[in-house]
Design a protein around this ligand. Structure first.
Ligand code: PAF
Length: 283
């Protein structure tokens, strides 16, 4: 694996590969890699001639400066894991390299961005669109890989690619969980042992809510989850939403659409975690 820190080195190498007819896959990350990321890397390696991973903690997507400051950074371990997973190129640029001048672009994703994360983290998805579009312009991948844990992010990136007319196949990859069910996340590293012990309750409650949902209304299911993420266990709920899996708009009735997902954002101590569960998907 080769590590590249400049746009010039990256574009130079990738132009050569493209010229030789090689397919390029991209896995954008913010580092602090875990098995969830590695599942994206392995899929990217299997499906493309060349796998590029980026590790860049993008400042423009953090609406909370404290969150940016405390975001875990483990560059050496990341490089080692990527190399072992078969990644070909690691792009690890500085902020100045990605944003030589401040990115003032304003994206608009309509109703997709006014709900859930978009409502609780103003400006977050604009920052995600800025950095992902920049990475797409630099790498020009044939395919790009994203985890389904960030369910709304995936919808936003698909919308962005459509808006910008980019010919990139966005590949959604399933959530990877710890053995106790906790969705893998770089933020899990910040949990204290006590919080880490409680955190799997999030997935546990979501799974149980799927059984509950079979005999109960959407409203009651939202209540079921919300009431079980209790402050006594160290949780503070931002939202539990049950939405159409395509439009991300709240549904009121299970019969309303054929694709329904429950999305939750909850603080476990000071660490904000997200997770989701599919209630209904007619494939
Ligand atoms: O999901 C993430 O880690 C980030 O939002 C992404 C897509 C790498 C953009 O910074």
């Amino acid at each position: 694996m080769q590590t590249l820190t400049t746009v010039a080195a990256l574009t130079d190498i990738l132009e050569g590969l493209r010229h030789n007819g090689r397919t390029i896959g991209l896995v954008p990350t913010m580092g602090a890699l875990h098995q969830g990321h590695l599942s994206l890397i392995k899929r990217c390696v299997a499906e493309n001639d060349c796998c590029v991973a980026s590790v860049f903690v993008n400042p423009t997507q953090f609406n909370d400066p404290k969150d940016l400051e405390t975001y875990p950074r483990t560059p050496e371990a990341d490089a080692l894991m990527l190399e072992e997973a078969g990644c070909d190129y690691l792009f690890m640029p500085s902020v100045e390299e990605v944003y030589p001048t401040p990115d003032t672009r304003q994206f608009s994703f309509g109703a997709l961005e006014t709900v859930m994360e978009g409502a609780y983290r103003p400006g977050h998805f604009n920052g995600v669109a800025q950095v992902v579009s920049r990475l797409f312009e630099l790498v020009k991948p044939h395919k790009a890989y994203f985890g389904e844990k960030d369910f709304q992010q995936l919808a936003i990136i698909r919308a962005m690619v459509a808006q910008l007319g980019m010919n990139i196949d966005i590949v959604a990859c399933p959530i990877i969980r710890e053995t106790d069910g906790l969705a893998m996340s770089s933020r899990n590293k910040r949990l204290t042992p006590k919080q880490r012990e409680k955190a799997p309750l999030i997935a546990d409650i979501l799974v149980k809510s799927r059984t509950f949902a079979r005999e109960n209304s959407v409203e009651a299911t939202i209540r079921y989850v919300s009431e079980r993420l209790r402050p006594e266990d160290g949780f503070k709920l931002d939202y539990m939403a049950i939405v159409d899996g395509r439009t991300l708009q709240a549904v009121e009735d299970w019969a309303e659409t054929d694709y329904i997902v429950g999305c939750v954002a909850v603080y476990c101590g000071p660490v904000r975690l997200i997770d989701n569960i599919v209630y209904k998907h007619a494939d």
